[in-house]
Unconditional design. Structure first.
Length: 206
């Protein structure tokens, strides 16, 4: 793999990640409402989900999943349902009194939401199974290239997501009013639902 190919790949990753999608919206929402540490937990969950997708890609299973339309549709609709569920739960939660807890279960929910929003998004599967292999040179060791590209994605995306989490958490210092936080939940909830409907209209190219 040439240095130019790697740089083009990292630039493509940065452009893909920096445009807000469900992952970024979730990170921003958790960071604004609950602080930078909760944003980090969300990011770690998203990274675990992406590592799982890359592992699937390296094993060749991603190609199989993308080939069989029925399997792809199941993954797609799981993603749709989860995004809509997330949106509705955000909206419903905005009408309830906030009751924070520092126990393990409360901490884990941020991590688990990150994992789920990552693995139930079929676009992540397409990235791992279709976009990612385009940068691999078949004349060079595949495993080494795969590790470099996977690691590059994890590092670049994590840096961008950490920046989103940090600056979002800084906003929370000025936006502590409960009424704003309720409005934030409702807005992010609507966005998640719109992402869900948008995903439902998405069709895999043959």
């Amino acid at each position: 793999m040439s240095t130019n190919t790697l740089l083009n790949y990292l630039l493509a990753v940065a452009i893909i990640v920096i445009v807000p999608g469900p992952n970024i919206i979730l990170i921003m929402n958790n960071s604004i409402k609950h602080g930078f540490s909760k944003g980090i937990l969300t990011i770690l969950g998203i990274k675990v989900g992406m590592i799982l997708l890359f592992a699937i890609s390296l094993s060749g299973i991603a190609t199989i999943l993308l080939y069989f339309s029925s399997i792809f549709l199941i993954i797609k609709w799981l993603g749709v349902l989860y995004l809509i569920y997330l949106g509705i739960s955000q909206i419903i939660g905005s009408f309830k009194e906030s009751r924070e807890s520092n126990d393990v279960t409360f901490e884990q929910k941020y991590f688990l939401k990150g994992v789920l929003i990552s693995v139930t998004n079929p676009k992540g599967l397409i990235f791992a199974g279709a976009f990612f292999p385009q940068f691999i040179n078949t004349d060079s060791p595949l495993m080494v290239q795969s590790i470099i590209l996977s690691g590059g994605f994890i590092i670049v995306s994590m840096v961008i997501e950490l920046l989103y989490a940090f600056f979002s958490s800084q906003l929370s210092n000025f936006l502590k009013k409960s009424e704003f936080q309720k409005m934030l939940d409702r807005i992010s909830g609507v966005i998640f639902i719109l992402f869900g409907f948008g995903l439902s209209l998405y069709k895999k190219s043959s």
